[in-house]
Design a binder for this molecule. Structure first.
Ligand SMILES: NC(=O)c1ccc[n+]([C@@H]2O[C@H](COP(=O)([O-])OP(=O)(O)OC[C@H]3O[C@@H](n4cnc5c(N)ncnc54)[C@H](OP(=O)(O)O)[C@@H]3O)[C@@H](O)[C@H]2O)c1
Length: 254
């Protein structure tokens, strides 16, 4: 199937590793031009060099998305460099470091506010009446109530899904689609679950065993769904939240 992504212009946040990296790679392989960002300059530059030497058109800058001014200015300059923007994939998260009420503030900033800030900035650039799309990377933690270490993460991801669904309704008449994906545990180089595998092997085994496939997911499996939802091939799909979790969540997904 031709996803119709050749010549499309996409912004993907957090493309230097993991799920974001797989999304950027897949969009580039499908013929899109991509702009991405991450805090770590060395890792980002290494990726950008590799893509460019592979003949891809890709832009990138090291910045922190919680720095509103730097983030918004980069979004503007990315649209200018690419000559427009058809697709926005809001992917960034980082591990929470603080405790107590500050942990909630940190979670609110990284899992909700920066997504909204970027979206408000990007929406005016998206072509109306064409097929433009926004995809948010949420999590199955949004529907879980039994993991005390993920309280702030789950609650803020749930808020992100609510925001996305409401935005889909608002932007539908302009033919701008808005969807979420909710991955289960995803194993990738340098990621959270690689750390768990080394430091908490019992927890790692438990996470594998709750999937009906008895394994964790891959970044590419998430990227495949994200790129499909971002593409004109998904032209009648909006306000959806697609679980990519090997049926870890034991409820019927109406
Ligand atoms: N992995 C999982 O099991 C899993 C499960 C469910 C949902 N998800 C969701 O999937 C998305 C990606 O997860 P992942 O596992 O691929 O994460 P990851 O491995 O931690 O990668 C996150 C990416 O975002 C960048 N980043 C982090 N904080 C940033 C900031 N403040 N400003 C700019 N860039 C920043 C990172 O680069 P730097 O560190 O250099 O900034 C990196 O490129 C997240 O929304 C996450 O909640 C993941």
């Amino acid at each position: 199937m031709d996803l119709g992504l050749t010549g499309k212009k996409a912004i993907v946040t957090g493309g230097s590793r993991g799920i974001g990296l797989a999304i950027v790679q897949t969009l580039l392989d499908e013929g899109a031009t991509v702009a991405t960002c991450a805090r770590g300059k060395e890792a980002l530059d290494a990726r950008l060099d590799a893509w460019r030497s592979d003949g891809k058109t890709v832009y990138g800058e090291a910045l922190d998305v919680t720095n509103a001014e730097a983030f918004e200015s980069w979004l503007d300059s990315s649209v200018e460099s690419m000559g427009g923007c058809d697709i926005f994939v809001s992917n960034v998260f980082s591990m929470l470091k603080s405790q107590g009420i500050e942990r909630w503030q940190e979670a609110f900033e990284i899992n909700l506010l920066q997504h909204i800030r970027a979206t408000e900035k990007i929406v005016p650039y998206l072509p109306k009446g064409g097929d433009s799309a926004i995809v948010f990377i949420a999590s199955i933690a949004s529907v879980m109530n039994s993991n005390p270490t993920e309280t702030e993460y789950g609650a803020t991801k749930a808020a992100l899904i609510s925001y996305a669904s409401q935005l889909a309704t608002k932007l539908g008449p302009d033919n701008i689609r808005v969807n979420c994906v909710s991955p289960g545990p995803i194993y990738h180089e340098g990621g959270f679950w690689q750390m768990v595998e080394k430091q908490q092997p019992e927890l790692f085994k438990r996470a594998q065993s709750v999937s009906v496939f008895n394994r964790l997911g891959t970044a590419q499996e998430v990227a495949n769904s994200v790129v499909f939802l971002a593409s004109p091939a998904a032209s009648n799909i909006t306000a959806a939240n697609l679980r990519i979790d090997g049926a870890i969540i034991k409820t019927v997904n109406f």
